[in-house]
Write a protein that binds this ligand. Structure first.
Ligand SMILES: OC[C@H]1O[C@](O)(CO)[C@@H](O)[C@@H]1O
Length: 368
């Protein structure tokens, strides 16, 4: 993970921090929102597109034949096709590989280059997908989107945390997840509409990813680097001057000193990966790796990726499967409102435990 010059909730002098919500903070939120939107959109769009016959006829005729010939009892596995799976999962694989490179770029060159590169890669991916005439073009587009996700997901939440005034940091950070969920829902709704535009509705679905991508890229052009990143890379004066601008006050001493301290501490760690494996850092290591790991391992993305296909496989019609996916997306988007309002009142732990119990019960219910 890039960065290290940030002290969550503010540093030791947090009570002395001053500043208002300047236009920089607002633009940072817009870019963060577009980064989340496009991630969510790319997660939510492929399942619906895959369930459209026009799309299957063009790129996966074998699947289309199999699907339309299959009788009710042969419904199961009618989408079983490695190339089709490659179309969906190439995005996540590319994202995984890109995130390794993205962390180095974000740390060494700053958050802004990663945001710009991510936005650019998203734009290329969306264009390739919308214009695809063959499978390689389609998969290359998904790979470019995945690279965008690798860079965007690395840099955008970090950028948002560093730009946000300490008091708004928690709330603004949730904005990113909020935008992801809205992106998923938007994709489900758009698929529901474009499925009726024959035979090129799928091109519209895939091409509309360019809207948040352009917002992220153009927004990124107007964004400054973060003070934390400048300080971390030794540009103390520039970092201070920027903090004055971003916070809209000249009284930034307390926050600046905290950033310098945090960055010194971060730079003193010579072998971060060796260090994180030491026994005293075990709780942090376990939390930082296992929480997201198990959150992903619940299989949430199998639902998000394949919801329309799953519903179709169990016998729903084309329309019904697409609007069932809209319901899944809407529940997912509504749930984030609950966390936004509850997170500061009830605390992180309660929500975390409640979510675990709820998921356990649902999964036990589903499998029985
Ligand atoms: O809201 C669900 C979505 O949120 C994420 O877990 C990211 O935090 C995605 O992997 C998933 O699709």
């Amino acid at each position: 993970m890039a960065g290290g010059g940030i002290v969550e909730g503010g540093g030791t002098r947090a009570h002395l921090y001053e500043g208002r919500t300047t236009s920089f903070v607002v633009i940072a939120c817009i870019v963060a929102a577009s980064g989340g939107l496009i991630f969510g959109y790319d997660i939510g769009i492929s399942g619906g597109v895959t369930s459209m016959d026009d799309f299957l006829v063009k790129f996966f005729p074998v699947v289309e034949r199999h699907k339309n010939q299959s009788t009710k009892d042969q419904d199961y596995c009618k989408y079983d096709n490695q190339k089709l799976t490659a179309f969906t999962s190439s995005l996540y694989l590319a994202g995984l590989v890109a995130s390794f490179g993205a962390s180095g770029v974000t740390r060494r060159f700053g958050r802004r280059p990663s945001i710009l590169f991510g936005g650019f890669s998203f734009l290329i991916g969306a264009a390739l997908n919308a214009a695809a005439v063959n499978l390689p073009m389609l998969i290359l587009g998904r790979i470019m989107l995945g690279v965008g996700i690798g860079f965007g997901n690395q840099a955008v939440p970090l950028y948002l945390s560093e730009m946000a005034p300490a008091k708004l940091r928690g709330g603004l950070n949730i904005m990113f997840q909020f935008a992801i969920n809205i992106g998923i829902l938007a994709a489900n709704l758009i698929n529901y509409g474009t499925a009726k535009i024959k035979p090129w509705g799928w091109r519209l679905s895939l091409g509309l990813a360019a809207v948040p991508a352009a917002l992220m890229f153009v927004g990124g052009l107007f964004l400054p680097e973060t003070s934390n990143s400048l300080i971390e890379r030794g540009h103390l004066e520039k970092g201070r001057a920027l903090l004055v601008k971003v916070r809209g006050t000249t009284n930034v001493d307390a926050e600046f000193e905290d950033m310098v301290d945090a960055s010194k501490k971060a730079n003193e760690v010579k072998h971060p990966f060796r260090n994180i494996l030491k026994k005293r850092n075990r709780p942090q290591l376990v939390m930082a790796t296992f929480i997201p790991f198990f959150q992903q391992l619940t299989g949430i993305n199998a639902i998000m990726f394949y919801a329309p296909v799953l519903f179709k496989t169990i016998g729903f019609g084309g329309d019904a499967s697409l609007y069932s996916a809209v319901i899944t997306g809407a529940v997912n988007a509504l749930a984030i409102f609950v966390s936004i309002f509850a997170v500061d009142r009830l605390g992180r732990r309660i929500l975390f435990l409640q979510a675990g119990v709820q998921m356990f019960i649902s999964q036990a219910g589903l499998s029985s």
